[in-house]
Design a protein around this ligand. Structure first.
Ligand code: ADP
Ligand code: MG
Length: 773
C-alpha cells in the first residue's frame, strides 16, 4: 500500500511511500472474516520449532515438537503464510496438511537462536524470556521472534498488540491429527459441521474461540470441569441466559479492532468498536456476578476495570464514526472547547456568507450569487445580463455558461477564515483522536483480557443453549480409561436428518475390564450405520473434552490423550497419493503413536486394495491393536471382512448393525447389537440402490456358487465363468433396455418426428439383439 506522505500544494512533488505490505498471513480485514494467521517453522534437530502469530488477536504462541505433532498443530492453526529458512521452504510446506498460500524464505541468520531471543527481550524491554515459560536458547523463541519481526516489517511499525509469547502446551491438549480434523468434519465450511452445530455465538470473538476449542480440546480435568460447571449454571438460570442473549450482541470484534489499531491499519470505526464493546462490559460483569452465575463469575473477575477508558471513549467519540480521519466528524461536540470554537467559526462563516451576499446585492443592485467551487474557492457569480454593472473591486476568476465569477477582498477574507477554521478543525480532531487512541493503546492488554472474557462467556452460553435445545447431558469425566456412553447420537446428523429420527446407540469400551472389552469390531451391510456409529463415538469423546455437554442419555469418559481416525476413501490426487496410499499412511501414523489412553477409529481399512491384501492388512492391524499396544487401547473397528469376526482375540468384542428382513427386502434399523453380522446383504443393498434386475439376479447366482464352496481357487473362477455364457448378460441388458424405453415413452406428448425417430432406434437395437444385419 502506497500513500501520499505530504498534502499536495500544487507546486512541489508530493512525497509518496510504501506504508505497509499486505500479505495473506498478516492482513486483518475490517469487515470480512479472517484474522491473519502467520506461522514460522524452523528445524531444531529432529524436532520442529513453531511459532503461530494471529495478527487479528495479537496472540503469539510458540513451542518445539516432533514433526508429526507439528503437522497436527499446523493443521489446526491453518496459517495463510509460513516463514521458513531459505532453502527449507519445501520441507516447511510439506508439514502443512493444507498447503499455505505463501511460504516466505527468510535468511538463515534471522533464524539464529541467539539473535531471536535477544531481539525479543530488547523489543519488550525485559531481561529474559524465562518469565514467559521459555528458555532463552529455545528455538521456539527464535521462531516467535521471526514471526513478530515479519509483521513489524510488513506493517512498517510496532505490533503493540503482541505483548507476550504463550508457550504451546500440547501436553494439556487432546491431540487431533490433521486427517482426524478433516475426517470428522469439525469446521468444514462447505456443509454442516460440528462447529455449525455448536455455534450459537453472538460475537465474532466467541465464534473464533469456539473454533479454537473445537480444534484444541483440553485434557485438563479442571478446565473441563470448570466449563461444565459454567454450562450447568447457565442451564439452571434462564434469567442469566436471557441477559447474555441481550447484551452479547452489543459487543463487536474488539480483539480484531485493537489489532488493526495497533498495526496502524485501523480507523475511527475500529475505535468505535472498542468503545461499544467496552460499554457493554458493566452490564455483562453485573450479570455474571449475580447470585445464579456460580462459577461464571470467575470469567470476569480477573478483567481489570476499564472505567476510565470506557468513559473517555464514550465522551470523546461521535456516535457514527467514519472510516477515515479525513472526512472529519470523529470527535463528539462538547468534548473539547477549542474544537467546538472552530466548528462554531465555520457555522458563523456560513452566516457571514449569507449576510455578505445580501449586502452585495444591495450595494451593486445586481442579483449576485455567492457559491463555492472546489478549484477556485468562494466566488460571486454575476449573470450575463449584468455584465456591464460589475463594480470596480470585483476581480474576474472564471467564465461559466450563465455568466462570470468574481472575488473581492471581503470575500477572500471570509474565505480564508473558513479555510483556516477547517484546517484547525482537522488538526485539532487529529490531535484529540491520537490522544484518545493512545489511551486505548496504553490499556491494550487489559482490553484484550476483556475481549477474551466476553468470548469465553459467549462460547459457554452457546454451548449451554445447544445442550438445552438438543437434550445433551453432562458427561462424567474420570481418571479411569472407560468410554461408556448410553444412547449416543451423532450431533450433526441428528440435526440434518429431518425425515426419520436418529437411532441412539450405546458405546462401551474399557481396557481395564476384560468383561467389557476395549476393541469393538463392527460388521453389517453397507448403509447400515457403521461409519455413523464410529463418528458418533469420536465426536462424543471430542465434545466431552471441549467441556461441552454431549448428545447422549448418559456418559462416563476417562480422559483421552488422542483421537485417531482412519475413515472413508479419500483420494489426495493433488498430492500424488492414491486412496490406498493415503489409507496406509494414516494407518501407519496411528499404529506408531497410539497409547493406552487413545481412542482409535478405523473405518473399513484395507478397502482400497484387493480383497486378500486388504483383509490381511486389516487382520494384522486388529491383532496389533489387541496384542501390541502397551496397556491396551480403545478402538472401534468397522470392517466388511467377515472373517475378522472369527478371530479369537482377548480384548475384541463383535458388534453388528441390526437388519430387518422381510419379503420386500431388507430394512436398516441403525441399531448396534452384540455379535457379528450373519451376512453382508451386499446383493440386497445393490437392489435397493437400483442396480438393474438382471445384474442383481446374476450376482445372487454367483454368490450362491461361491457360498456352496464351488470356487476355491483362481482356476475354479475361470471354470465357473465359462459355465455361463457371459454374452447372455449383455444380451439381456440390451433387451431390457428396449423394453424399458418403450415402457417409459409417452406417446401423447411425442411429436410425429420423435415417434418416428424412436421406431428407427428401437428397430436398430432389436435387430442387433437378434443378430440381424
Ligand atoms: P455404513 O458405514 O454402514 O455404510 P453409514 O454410517 O454411512 O453406513 O450410514 C448410512 C446412512 O444411514 C447415514 O447417512 C444416515 O443417514 C443413516 N444412519 C446411520 N446411522 C443412523 C442412526 N443411528 N439413526 C438414524 N439414521 C442413521
Ligand atoms: Mg461406512
Amino acid at each position: 500500500v502506497c500513500d501520499q506522505m505530504t498534502e499536495p500544494d500544487g507546486k512541489s512533488l508530493v512525497e509518496r511511500n510504501v506504508v505497509r505490505v499486505v500479505t495473506p498471513g498478516t492482513y486483518v480485514p475490517q469487515d470480512a472474516e479472517g484474522d491473519g494467521r502467520l506461522a514460522a517453522v524452523m528445524a531444531a534437530g529432529d524436532s520442529v520449532a513453531l511459532a503461530f502469530l494471529t495478527s487479528g488477536t495479537g496472540r503469539l504462541e510458540a513451542g518445539t515438537f516432533p514433526p508429526g505433532e507439528a503437522a497436527s498443530l499446523l493443521a489446526s492453526f491453518a496459517p495463510g503464510e509460513v516463514l521458513a529458512a531459505r532453502g527449507r521452504e519445501d520441507a516447511a510446506s510439506a508439514l502443512c496438511p493444507v498447503p499455505p498460500r505463501v511460504v516466505v524464505p527468510l535468511d538463515r541468520g534471522e533464524f539464529s537462536v541467539s539473535y531471536g531471543a535477544g531481539w525479543l527481550c530488547k523489543r519488550w524491554g525485559i531481561a529474559t524470556l524465562r518469565a514467559m515459560g521459555l528458555e532463552d536458547a529455545d528455538p521456539a523463541a527464535c521462531a516467535a521472534a521471526a514471526a513478530l519481526r515479519y509483521i513489524e516489517e510488513t506493517q512498517f511499525g510496532q505490533a503493540g498488540h503482541v505483548t507476550e509469547i504463550l508457550p504451546m502446551r500440547p501436553e494439556g491438549m487432546l491431540i487431533l491429527d490433521s486427517s482426524t480434523q478433516a475426517n470428522l468434519e469439525l469446521l468444514d465450511p462447505a456443509g454442516p459441521s460440528l462447529y455449525s452445530t455448536l455455534n450459537r455465538c453472538r460475537t465474532p470473538m466467541g465464534r473464533r474461540l469456539l473454533r479454537e476449542w473445537i480444534t484444541h480440546p483440553s485434557k485438563d480435568p479442571e478446565i473441563i470441569a470448570f466449563r461444565q460447571d459454567c454450562i450447568e449454571a447457565l442451564l439452571k438460570s434462564s434469567g442469566l441466559r436471557k441477559k447474555l442473549k441481550e447484551v452479547l450482541p452489543k459487543c463487536g470484534d474488539m480483539e480484531r479492532a485493537l489489532s488493526r489499531l495497533a498495526m496502524r491499519t485501523g480507523n475511527p470505526k475500529d475505535l468505535g468498536v472498542v468503545r461499544d464493546t467496552l460499554s457493554a462490559m458493566p452490564e455483562l460483569t453485573e450479570a455474571m456476578s449475580g447470585p445464579d452465575s456460580g462459577p461464571l463469575s470467575a470469567v470476569f473477575r480477573c478483567v481489570p476495570d476499564l472505567f476510565e477508558l470506557r468513559e473517555l471513549l464514550a465522551a470523546s467519540l461521535a456516535d457514527d464514526l467514519p472510516r477515515s480521519m479525513a472526512s472529519g466528524g470523529v470527535i463528539r461536540a462538547g468534548y473539547d472547547s477549542a474544537l467546538d470554537d472552530f466548528r462554531d467559526a465555520i457555522a458563523g462563516a456560513e452566516e457571514n456568507l449569507k449576510a455578505f451576499e445580501a449586502s452585495e446585492r444591495e450595494r451593486t443592485g445586481i442579483k449576485v450569487r455567492v457559491g463555492i467551487n472546489r478549484v477556485f474557492g468562494y466566488y460571486i457569480e454575476v449573470g450575463k445580463a449584468y455584465a456591464d454593472k460589475v463594480p470596480e473591486d470585483y476581480v474576474r476568476r472564471q467564465t461559466v455558461a450563465g455568466g462570470e465569477r468574481f472575488v473581492n477582498e471581503r470575500l477572500s477574507d471570509i474565505e480564508s477564515r473558513v479555510f483556516r477554521a477547517e484546517h484547525d478543525i482537522g488538526a485539532r480532531e487529529g490531535e484529540l483522536y491520537r490522544e484518545v487512541l493512545a489511551s486505548a493503546m496504553g490499556r491494550i492488554a487489559h482490553c484484550q483480557a476483556a475481549g477474551n472474557a466476553i468470548a469465553v462467556a459467549d462460547v459457554l452460553a452457546s454451548l449451554a443453549e445447544v445442550a438445552r435445545d438438543n437434550s445433551y447431558v453432562r458427561p462424567a469425566m474420570e481418571d479411569s480409561r472407560i468410554f461408556s456412553v448410553r444412547g449416543a447420537r451423532h450431533p450433526v446428523i441428528e440435526k440434518a436428518q429431518t425425515g426419520s429420527p436418529f437411532t441412539p446407540n450405546d458405546i462401551t469400551l474399557d481396557p481395564d475390564n476384560a468383561n467389557i472389552g476395549c476393541i469393538a469390531v463392527i460388521t453389517g451391510p453397507n448403509m447400515a450405520g457403521k461409519s455413523t456409529y464410529l463418528r458418533t463415538a469420536a465426536l462424543v469423546a471430542l465434545m466431552a473434552h471441549i467441556g461441552s455437554y454431549v448428545p447422549a442419555e448418559e456418559a462416563r469418559i476417562g480422559i483421552i490423550d488422542r483421537i485417531f481416525t482412519r475413515i472413508g476413501a479419500r483420494d489426495e490426487l493433488a498430492q500424488g497419493r492414491s486412496t490406498f496410499m493415503v489409507e496406509m499412511v494414516e494407518t501407519a501414523d496411528i499404529l506408531r503413536h497410539v497409547t493406552s489412553r487413545s481412542l482409535v477409529i478405523l473405518d473399513e481399512i484395507g478397502r482400497g486394495t484387493s480383497t486378500y491384501d486388504g483383509m490381511s492388512i486389516a487382520w494384522a492391524v486388529l491383532e496389533f491393536l489387541d496384542l501390541h499396544v502397551e496397556g491396551r487401547t480403545k478402538a472401534l473397528f468397522a470392517t466388511h471382512y467377515h472373517e475378522l469376526t472369527d478371530l479369537s482375540l482377548p480384548q475384541v468384542v463383535n458388534l453388528s448393525m441390526a437388519v430387518e428382513e422381510s419379503s420386500e427386502g431388507i430394512r436398516f434399523l441403525h441399531k448396534v447389537v452384540h455379535g457379528p453380522a450373519d451376512r453382508s446383504y451386499g446383493v440386497e443393498v445393490a437392489r435397493l440402490a437400483g442396480v438393474p434386475n438382471i445384474v442383481v439376479r446374476r450376482s445372487q447366482e454367483i454368490l450362491d456358487e461361491l457360498e456352496r464352496g464351488a470356487v476355491e481357487s483362481d482356476r475354479n473362477f475361470g471354470a465357473m465363468s465359462k459355465k455361463y455364457v457371459q454374452k447372455e448378460i449383455f444380451f439381456d441388458v440390451e433387451r431390457e433396455g428396449v423394453i424399458e424405453e418403450l415402457s417409459l415413452c409417452d406417446p401423447d406428448r411425442m411429436t410425429p418426428m420423435e415417434a418416428l425417430d424412436m421406431v428407427f432406434r428401437l428397430r436398430g437395437k432389436s435387430r442387433r439383439i437378434l443378430g440381424l444385419k
